[in-house]
Write a protein that binds this ligand. Structure first.
Ligand SMILES: Cc1cc2nc3c(=O)[nH]c(=O)nc-3n(C[C@H](O)[C@H](O)[C@H](O)COP(=O)(O)OP(=O)(O)OC[C@H]3O[C@@H](n4cnc5c(N)ncnc54)[C@H](O)[C@@H]3O)c2cc1C
Length: 399
């Protein structure tokens, strides 16, 4: 379908989003319906408040159960109140949430792919029964503590320890940069033991377990980011995730969460490009709309290529995930490419908005600043480059 605009010749339906290729054309009706429902929620509930929440550094707590009611928390998992949705559906939900703000997709990623997935994949029947239905409904919040003040890209150097004492475990250490940390009813905490790395479920209020929010953030301001402190926290053995053995367990959770980022970053980029296209059509300088300048068109054309390519890549990875063949290296390709391109798009769109682009009245700079965090968490761009380098050459170059 073609639509006409104030700026001249008719444009295709997909042109307004910057995705000329209509990259999502092959997405099924059910998946598209779910995407539309999330986009509707974002329009009604998230977009109207985001500039204010970003400025105030606030994530409204009631959004947890609203997102649970929407059905997006752990939606790609099965049983225990989870929707069992396809990887494509989950990805498209992440895309729509991050088009509103990376904080919302971050909350959903951490809840579903880090907290819930760690319990779903490695927990006991009792742990699953106790936590998963509440986490899926958003009546409980979860977090995932792997990073430490001195162990970020190299989680193998973690210092948090769990020592057996009779039938119990004593945990001591600190975790840093933990999304939803102070809001969480249960924290999945990874600690070194004599047998290797193990995961523990630490409920809020356990004696010795405290949290402190990290302030002064210039990025992901509408997301809660906390430090966790564990001072001789005593836990029964039933708090240990029985199937999690070694670093492989938390790393598998991160692969799950990164998959959502591959889609989410496309959402942020799409929102920026839509904004820039609309602004360029309206704003007149030198007697013509910005959209009519060749330099602006070159920016728009280049960004459109990367947006469509990013979405095609995300959808390809979703199909591989659904076929059960997706590898961590392939997720690294998606995360590295799509976040890197999304941040470039966000910055370029900001230039098209000129001075207006530096305010919270328009989303590109907010997205660009959020994407700085997305570039760093779930494996930095450098670490994903090294993962790809190792996959290509067989030679690890981390040390
Ligand atoms: C907003 C936010 C939310 C987060 N949420 C969570 C969470 O919920 N749970 C959690 O566990 N963690 C979380 N993190 C932590 C995140 O995963 C880490 O910040 C990330 O892994 C990088 O660790 P670091 O910050 O310690 O940086 P470092 O590891 O110190 O890295 C600093 C720089 O050095 C580079 N570098 C490191 N090693 C190498 C190498 N071998 N070769 C080349 N370059 C290298 C890095 O790429 C980076 O550019 C979050 C972070 C942020 C910012």
């Amino acid at each position: 379908m073609m639509t006409s605009t104030a700026t001249g010749p008719a444009r295709s339906r997909t042109a307004a989003t910057g995705d000329l290729l209509d990259a999502a054309a092959g997405v099924g009706a059910e998946e598209r319906q779910l995407q539309d429902a999330v986009a509707h929620f974002a329009r009604q509930r998230l977009r109207p408040g985001i500039a204010q929440w970003f400025e105030a550094g606030h994530f409204p707590p009631e959004l947890a159960h609203e997102l649970g009611d929407l059905g997006v928390l752990g939606m790609h998992l099965t049983g225990y109140g989870c929707a069992g949705a396809s990887a494509t559906s989950y990805g498209l939900a992440c895309l729509e949430l991050e088009a509103a703000d990376s904080a919302f997709r971050s909350f959903v990623s951490v809840q579903g792919s880090l907290s819930m997935f760690s319990i779903w994949a490695y927990g006991s029947a009792e742990q699953k029964q106790e936590w998963l239905p509440r986490l899926a409904s958003g009546r409980a919040v979860g977090c995932f503590g792997l990073t430490e003040p001195d162990a970020g890209s190299d989680p193998g150097s973690m210092r948090t320890r769990a020592v057996r004492q009779g039938g119990d475990w004593i945990l001591s250490g600190a975790k840093m940069w933990i999304t939803s940390g102070s809001r969480a009813d249960v924290a999945t905490v990874w600690a070194r033991t004599e047998e290797g790395v193990r995961g523990f479920l630490v409920p809020r209020g356990t004696p010795g377990f405290t949290t402190r929010d990290i302030g002064n953030k210039l990025s992901l301001r509408a997301s809660v980011t906390s430090e966790l402190s564990l001072a001789d926290v005593r836990l029964p053995d039933s708090a240990r995730l029985p199937l999690a053995e070694g670093l492989r367990a938390p790393l598998s959770c991160l692969t799950e969460a990164r998959f959502g980022i591959v889609f989410g970053s496309v959402g942020a980029a799409r929102d920026c490009l839509e904004t820039a296209l609309a602004y360029a059509a309206e704003r007149t300088q030198f007697g013509r709309p910005l959209a009519g300048f060749q330099l602006t068109q070159r920016k728009l054309a280049d960004m459109s290529l990367e947006l469509s390519k990013g979405l095609l890549l995300a959808l390809h990875l979703a199909r591989l995930k659904e076929a059960g063949t997706l590898t961590p290296e392939q997720v690294s390709v998606g995360k590295l490419n799509n976040v890197r391109e999304a941040i470039k798009i966000a910055r370029e769109c900001r230039t098209i908005l000129g001075g207006a682009g530096i305010t919270l009245d328009y989303p590109p700079l907010r997205h660009a600043s959020n994407l700085e965090s997305v570039l760093t968490y779930e494996g930095t761009s450098e670490v994903h480059t090294l993962v790809i380098g190792q996959a290509l050459t067989g030679v690890p170059a981390y040390r």
